[in-house]
Design a protein around this ligand. Structure first.
Ligand SMILES: *Cc1c(COP(=O)(O)O)cnc(C)c1O
Length: 417
């Protein structure tokens, strides 16, 4: 309530959770991986800039590690890794995972029911045919967003031939709205926050039977798309010769808005690494939605506003006041903890990552960067000695140059504080 940075360790955490978790089976991960594989050739035709798989790099950031150790007087084990979802093609954020997956699933469903694909049809290229375009054109995909989910659904939806309506909360940045309009997306602006923008999108969509609603608060398809990232990370760690075991556990730090992205990845990582992974969510001090939801176990029946917090943050991707109950329930025993971070620190970290490693991220994506500091200096909780730390960089590559400059200047003005 004082808007100070805190670390909350989950008292209900169970190192080795039982799957399925609340009826959610790991089969959803395999299905999502297969769907991505089936759609990849088509995706490459639509977006020639995509080379290889729909994956993001995993990079070591040794200079940033030094900066963190100096600034916060802590020791962070080796290596410190950055998962570069800001480099995901087309959407430029983690939302490429969940958003693309759900639009793919909807397109696939329509194509199957209209005889454009049969159930063991291999040739997904059919979905680029004129016949498919004519079919998809009759449907509107609707979504409520603080910005990036709208970008992801808008880009992929319009490319496949769907109509797309994005309901944007007041936090959404002007450049994100403009980019969508350029792609023929209908942008509906709301003066309210994320929760009400989602509500408006849901209502509008329910009134139109040709409309499909992507429900950021409850979607299992979004969740599964994010969860598929776990095996990608496992493969990348293997390639680097980094073994994860009880003597060298994996610590992963995930910026959290409504919870779907970080929740899906946590679900996936727990299924892959079991007791050897610890996942932590990171939220702004003014928007700790998942923290209040989990700590009170009230989930979506509580909000940050109840605690007198205003949900105002420059981290637009994290500006959510009420968490997803669907995700929160699944996280009850899987998540190791949550910490909060001030906007001032986000900008300082943004600047320091840029000067030390020449990597630019959007403010939301820096929330995970304080994770190794928070867990290393915690007096209780899992030990971080010998841990491999992965900071999940969730977005930033689409931010226009002028706005980057502005963010960097804000950070530069804060470095000595
Ligand atoms: C959406 C988003 C998140 C958080 O994902 P949720 O599913 O809302 O929890 C984190 N970072 C960025 C940049 C995002 O766009």
């Amino acid at each position: 309530m004082d808007q100070k940075s805190v670390l909350w360790l989950n008292p209900d955490y169970k190192a080795k959770p039982d799957f399925p978790v609340h009826d959610l089976n790991t089969q959803i991960i395999i299905d999502a991986q297969n769907r991505f594989k089936n759609f990849l050739p088509l995706l490459r035709v639509l977006f020639p800039e995509i080379e290889g798989d729909l994956q993001s790099p995993l990079s070591e950031i040794p200079q940033m590690k030094k900066e963190l150790e100096k600034k916060y007087s802590v020791n962070i084990g080796d290596p410190l890794l950055l998962k570069r979802d800001d480099q995901l093609p087309v959407a430029g954020s983690i939302k490429a995972r969940g958003g693309f997956h759900e639009v793919f699933a909807f397109a696939e469903h329509l194509a199957l029911t209209h005889g454009l694909l049969n159930s063991n049809q291999e040739n997904y290229m059919q979905l680029l045919s004129d016949k498919a375009k004519q079919l998809f054109r009759q449907y509107t995909i609707a979504v409520g967003s603080t910005g990036n989910l709208g970008l992801s659904i808008g880009m992929i939806g319009t490319a496949l031939g769907f109509q797309v309506a994005v309901h944007m909360s007041a936090d959404a940045k002007e450049w994100k709205k403009n980019l969508l309009r350029q792609h023929g997306v209908k942008v509906v602006e709301h003066a309210s926050d994320y929760t009400l923008a989602v509500e408006a999108a849901r209502k509008e969509s329910e009134a139109d039977k040709q409309s499909y609603f992507v429900d950021d608060e409850n979607s299992q398809l979004l969740f599964a798309g994010y969860a598929a990232a776990a095996n990608e990370l496992k493969t990348q760690l293997d390639e680097k010769g980094i073994e994860i075991h009880s003597g060298q556990p994996l610590f992963v730090y995930l910026p959290c808005g409504v919870g779907g992205g970080p929740g899906g990845i946590t679900f996936g990582l727990k299924s892959v690494f079991g007791a050897d992974v610890h996942c932590f969510f990171a939220e702004p001090t003014s928007s700790p939605a998942m923290l209040v939801g989990l700590a009170t176990k009230l989930h979506n029946h509580v909000s940050v506003q109840v605690f007198g917090l205003d949900n105002k943050t420059e981290a637009d991707g994290l500006a959510v006041g009420t968490p997803s109950a669907f995700v929160g329930t699944i996280m009850e025993e899987l998540l190791s903890g949550i910490y909060t971070i001030t906007d001032e620190e986000l900008f300082r970290l943004l600047y320091s990552l840029s000067t030390s490693e020449n990597i630019f991220l959007e403010p939301s994506a820096l929330a995970g960067m304080k994770g190794p500091v928070m867990t290393s200096s915690a007096s209780k909780g899992p030990g971080t000695n010998q841990a491999v730390h992965v900071v999940w960089a969730t977005g930033g590559s689409l931010v226009p140059g002028e706005i980057r400059e502005n963010f960097l200047q804000r950070g530069a003005g804060l470095v000595d504080r």
